[in-house]
Design a binder for this molecule. Structure first.
Ligand SMILES: CC(C)(COP(=O)(O)OP(=O)(O)OC[C@H]1O[C@@H](n2cnc3c(N)ncnc32)[C@H](O)[C@@H]1OP(=O)(O)O)[C@@H](O)C(=O)NCCC(=O)NCCS
Length: 193
């Protein structure tokens, strides 16, 4: 198993793993080509990065994060706005409120760290074998190399295995928030020592 920084060509595999493993989330309801561009931006921008786990040269899991969410969203909008607009067009009217809520929730949560673990997901057949733990270790080292010692993660209340995973890995519960209407999410913070 190889754990390394993601390259642009890994973006599609990451989008596919996201769609399968976090099927009920809002991002998963958007098209694969939108998600692929979202991960491309996370790999390219100087404010974010992704770590992948590869087995036989195939991505089997990943973590994505931003050292500054506001700057990352600015990068995404300035580089991918038009492409994303047309890809999202069929959804834009029905999901306009959710898209704005997703984009602007970091602004509403000013008291929380600007750095964030956005998504971690492992292919089902590789879960429960320590791959998530290895990716997280590498993610924390990458954050530290960028002088980030505190970051948050927002996790849906229904993602019980992810909640167990974060608590087992020393994330501290901070508060509950609502990003999309009634759906509850938990905010956890990780503080590197
Ligand atoms: C959450 C996730 C990333 C964990 O990765 P993983 O490789 O399965 O986790 P590890 O094997 O490194 O497990 C580490 C610890 O996490 C906890 N854990 C992981 N999966 C669990 C599960 N299904 N149920 C309960 N606890 C679990 C356990 O405490 C485990 O430690 P243990 O084996 O000593 O008991 C992975 O299960 C996953 O991709 N889930 C679906 C996507 C998701 O919900 N992502 C989070 C969205 S932000």
């Amino acid at each position: 198993m190889i754990i390394e920084l993601a390259k642009k060509e890994d973006a599609l595999a990451m989008a596919q793993i996201h769609k399968v493993e976090i099927a009920q989330g809002f991002l998963s309801s958007l098209s694969s080509s939108f998600l692929q561009r979202f991960y491309l931006a996370l790999i390219e921008s100087g404010y974010s990065f992704c770590i992948v786990a590869k087995e036989n040269n195939e991505v089997v899991g990943f973590a994505s994060g931003a050292i500054d969410m506001n700057k990352f969203y600015f990068y995404f909008l300035s580089h991918y706005f038009f492409q994303s607009f047309f890809i999202l067009l069929p959804k834009i009217f029905s999901s306009f409120k959710k898209i704005l809520e997703s984009l602007f929730y970091p602004v509403k949560q000013e008291s929380l760290p600007r750095s964030e673990l956005l998504v971690i997901a492992i292919k089902k057949e590789f879960q429960g074998q320590g791959v998530g733990g290895l990716i997280l270790k590498s993610f924390i080292l990458e954050m530290k190399s960028k002088n980030i010692t505190v970051f948050k993660v927002v996790v849906g209340e229904e993602l019980k295995s992810a909640i167990k995973f974060y608590e087992k890995n020393n994330f501290v519960f901070v508060k509950n928030i609502n990003i999309h209407g009634k759906a509850q999410s938990r905010v956890y913070c990780y503080k590197a020592i």
